[in-house]
Design a protein around this ligand. Structure first.
Ligand code: ATP
Length: 260
């Protein structure tokens, strides 16, 4: 497998923080894989995701190496990496139509004109399985449900045809049935387009249902990395075992299986 990214000895310290949020973190992300990043709240999952995407706040101290052999050296800003946040309510602009927001990435990065970008937005809205995509393109975020807004955020994130999609706790604010549908959609999109998916979650059952590999974080460190099945069946790190023990319904079949 080719590495899309090679992270070596990454350390991240937020401005004014007494201790690093991440330290000594080394990880290869393979091109085309679904990599789940799991860990308790505060373990550094989002920090790692933001460090990958270059989305850390200004004046954050970053040490170590982030290389992108799979992206000819480095990701182009806003284009090679798509990012979907936990709360689509805050990532979508309330005063722009859905069509304008989804079309923006295509306009900017694919060089499409206004009309072509509008048509591309409708196509993307259909791709994320929103009913009546033409109507939704003319709607504003507040007119949609949380699950629909998350689909819009996914459409916007893939508009520039990124190689890497990062989904940061994208289902935490949704109910279980909508969660399963959104996760199923992500898997379908990344498999169809050959994208790489980094899926951040605190839900090990959700992660193990879709991921090729699972990375387990604890206290700003990577404590375990391996194939999803192996990590769940035979955890090596005490922190992974604790996450499994805390997850009472891990023995039940995952809501979302491999995409067919
Ligand atoms: N912008 C920030 N400024 C200062 N400290 C921060 C900032 N963002 C996160 N932190 C701290 O960095 C550590 C790791 O946070 P991070 O959000 O990466 O964890 P997480 O595993 O994603 O947690 P959660 O599941 O709750 O989102 C925590 O101690 C957190 O308080």
């Amino acid at each position: 497998m080719t590495a899309l990214a090679r992270i070596a000895d990454l350390a991240v310290t937020y401005r004014g923080a007494p201790a690093p949020a991440l330290s000594g973190l080394s990880l290869d992300i393979e091109a085309g894989e679904i990599l789940a990043i799991i860990g308790e709240s505060g373990s550094g999952k989002s920090t790692l995701a933001r460090a990958l995407a270059g989305l850390l706040p200004e004046r954050t101290k970053v040490a170590g190496d982030r290389r992108w052999p799979g992206l000819d050296g480095g990701p182009r800003a806003g284009r090679d990496i798509g990012y979907v946040f936990q709360d689509p309510g805050s990532s979508l602009n309330p005063v722009l139509t859905i069509g304008e927001q989804v079309g923006e990435g295509a306009r900017r990065h694919l060089g499409l004109g206004r009309r072509a970008a509008g048509a591309e937005a409708v196509r993307l809205l259909a791709r994320v399985r929103l009913p009546e995509p033409e109507r939704i393109a003319g709607a504003y975020p507040h007119q949609l449900s949380g699950g629909q807004r998350q689909r819009v955020a996914i459409a916007a994130a893939i508009a520039a045809r990124p190689r890497l999609l990062i989904a940061d706790e994208v289902t935490s604010a949704l109910d279980v049935v909508v969660q399963a549908a959104i996760v199923g959609l992500l898997v379908e999109l990344v498999r169809a387009d050959g994208m790489t998916l980094v899926f951040v979650t605190h839900d090990l059952a959700l992660a193990s249902g879709i991921a090729d590999r699972v990375a387990v974080m604890a206290a700003g460190r990577l404590v375990e990395l391996g194939p999803a099945d192996r990590v769940v069946a035979a955890p090596k790190a005490a922190e992974t075992a604790a996450l499994i023990a805390a997850h009472i319904d891990l023995a039940t079949p995952p809501l979302v299986g491999e995409a067919s």
